[in-house]
Write a protein that binds this ligand. Structure first.
Ligand SMILES: Cc1cc2nc3c(=O)[nH]c(=O)nc-3n(C[C@H](O)[C@H](O)[C@H](O)COP(=O)(O)O)c2cc1C
Length: 300
């Protein structure tokens, strides 16, 4: 058993959080992950409003967290009302300035996780009331900053001092979890690996692309946000699988067509290269936890 500030505070068996993923992480995935002893998160992604959280929360039979986006809370504060009303085990805020939203989560007595991409962001999150800092490196799938997970942890861990840090971006196995625990993290926040599971939302064809892709097949790009007119702040491009659309438009952002894009892109991080199957999510939790324990036992 790996006991950390994360497992103790949130009552988990394993120091693993399944990251919120817009359009991918819903109740089926979150229930499967939590039933296996980690924390499953439901997601308020870019197009989602408060009703989405209410519907997803109603389907939860296990402990769960709710993932929100700061820039969406700025636009629609009722998203946070719905998240708080769902009484989750934790609420996360990613993608921007967490004041004043953090105070509302603190007042509700719900543990707050804030996803950051710099040491300055970590300091601001802690000052705003974060109970956990999620240090998300650019290796991550989805929208992310510019610093790799390893150098980001090197910068954030000393700044965070008494606030536990979770590592996000590029972790897909027990090796990765063992590595970040050894660095001093309280756990891992994992997205892409949980996308390639049976319970994640998404077609088999999209999930098969995760199995086929190598670690060299991702691109950090704004072209999908531009084409879909999604309001993600420009400083957070999304890491996705390289495809025909990025081949045509990445590097030509000013010319991306604003009509007619039909979607089909797959957000995924560099750890996609380690994915070889699409198992039930509970098996992934078990594999990562037991793999990390074995690695740590074998350390010289
Ligand atoms: C398909 C996909 C969608 C994502 N959507 C969101 C989101 O809506 N909100 C959020 O906070 N993070 C989102 N993320 C980022 C994750 O929270 C997390 O930081 C990331 O997946 C960790 O890196 P990894 O993919 O290498 O495990 C998304 C990631 C992926 C892969």
């Amino acid at each position: 058993m790996l006991t950390t500030a994360l497992t103790e505070r949130l009552g988990l068996k394993h120091p693993i959080v399944q990251a919120p993923m817009g359009g991918v992480a819903g109740p089926a995935l979150a229930n499967a992950v939590s039933a296996a002893g980690a924390l499953g998160m439901i997601t308020a992604g870019p197009p989602d409003g408060p009703g989405k959280i209410e519907r997803d929360a109603a389907e939860m039979t296990e402990r769960f967290g709710v993932g929100t986006l700061a820039w969406r809370l700025d636009e629609d504060p009722e998203i946070l009302d719905a998240a708080i009303a769902a009484r989750p085990a934790a609420i996360s805020i990613s993608g921007g300035e967490v004041v004043p939203h953090a105070a509302r989560v603190n007042e509700a007595g719900i543990p707050l996780l804030v996803q950051v991409s710099s040491a300055v962001g970590a300091r601001a999150a802690i000052d705003a009331g974060a109970d956990f800092v999620v240090a998300q490196g650019t290796d991550a799938g989805g929208h992310t900053g510019w610093v790799g997970t390893m150098p980001l942890l090197e910068a954030v861990l000393p700044v965070a001092e008494d606030t536990p840090v979770l590592a996000a971006g590029g972790i897909a196995s027990g090796r990765g979890l063992a590595g970040v625990l050894a660095m001093g993290c309280a756990g891992a926040w994992i997205g892409t690996r949980f996308f390639a599971t049976r319970e994640a939302i998404g077609s088999d064809e999209r999930k098969q692309r995760l199995v086929t892709a190598r670690e060299t097949d991702t691109v950090h790009t704004r072209v999908f946000d531009i084409a879909q007119r999604v309001g993600w702040p420009a400083e957070y491009p999304g890491r996705a699988l390289w495809d025909d659309f990025t081949a045509r438009w990445h590097g030509h952002e000013d010319e991306v067509p604003l009509e007619g894009y039909e979607g089909g892109h797959v957000y995924a991080g560099g750890a996609v290269g380690a994915i070889t199957d699409i198992p039930p999510a509970g098996e992934i939790v078990e594999q990562i936890a037991t793999g990390a324990e074995a690695r740590l036992r074998e350390l010289p």
